[in-house]
Design a protein. Structure first.
Length: 288
């Protein structure tokens, strides 16, 4: 049995579980109380029964070992993959799709894709973008894509204020089939999250040839492999300056596009599957 999202079914005596991140322990203030209570009741039971644990990044593996004193020999890191649908596309080929998705013609835009929850630091992205617009007089819009999330009342007030100024577009939840076009049409991707288990959105953006800014926290330096600009997500002014550099520094952009494409190509679902099956084989040998 493989519990692919933290938990083993109660009927399973043993099995493998995948732990995507430990934000519920390291940043409990960013989660609803009901979710914390559910984890407290069920997660450690699954850990106790697990033959082996898979984590999406080495950073999460270290968190599991350090914060829950879990045996290192029972934890393997297996990076996620990126679908081949995420690839560079000529802007002229995207215009019809973008017109359908945005509801109007759109030129250059900055993109952020994340669930609207506190640890994603979407508020920092909006404030940094607003300061960039105010400082430079360039109102390139920020486009937000993501599920509704939680604990974000103040964030929605900020979003409404920026929408009134005409420099923020809120798409909300978008079907997976439409994400490649939205990524590929962007001029810059922002992801100032303070904690991730892997962080697929910046890798998907880089696979589409989009220069990317991420926070310098948790696994993001590990998974972006030097291809993204890394910034302290709590330093809004520095993030604002980073946006300006990332939009205008052609030398940096060319390098970020080239190395980002290489990083995107590194993450393969076929490799992820192969390594997961290797874990199954190890566990079967242990049981036998």
């Amino acid at each position: 049995m493989h519990g692919t999202n933290y938990f083993l079914p109660v009927q399973a005596e043993t099995g493998v579980i995948t732990v995507h991140d430990l934000s519920i322990y390291l940043h409990p203030e960013t989660h609803p109380f009901e979710r914390i209570r559910d984890f407290e009741k069920n997660f450690e039971r699954s850990l106790d029964r697990a033959t082996h644990v898979i984590t999406d990044s080495e950073a999460t593996r270290r968190d599991l070992i350090a914060h829950l004193s879990y045996p290192a020999a029972k934890v393997s890191t297996i990076h996620l993959g990126v679908s081949e649908r995420f690839r560079p596309q000529a802007r002229a080929m995207l215009d019809q799709d973008l017109l359908r998705l945005f509801g109007r013609p759109v030129g250059d835009y900055i993109l952020s894709v994340a669930t609207f929850e506190p640890r994603k630091r979407i508020e920092a992205a909006i404030l940094a973008h607003a300061r960039y617009c105010d400082r430079t007089g360039h109102d390139i819009p920020l486009v937000l894509v993501g599920a509704k999330g939680w604990a974000n009342d103040r964030l929605h007030v900020l979003i409404e204020d920026e929408q009134r100024k005409g420099r923020l577009l809120m798409l909300g939840f978008v079907d997976d089939a439409d994400l490649p076009a939205i990524y590929a049409g962007a001029r810059l991707f922002l992801y100032p999250s303070i904690y991730e288990g892997f962080g697929l959105p910046p890798i998907e953006a880089m696979a589409c040839g989009i220069p990317t800014i991420v926070s310098d926290r948790s696994c993001l330096p590990e998974v972006t492999r030097g291809a993204a600009m890394m910034i302290d997500p709590d330093d809004v002014d520095r993030l604002s300056v980073g946006i300006e550099q990332a939009l205008n520094d052609d030398i940096w952009r060319d390098g970020a596009i080239r190395t980002g494409l290489a990083v995107g190509a590194h993450y393969s679902w076929a490799r992820c599957i192969e390594r997961t099956v290797d874990v199954y084989r190890i566990c079967n040998d242990l049981v036998a």
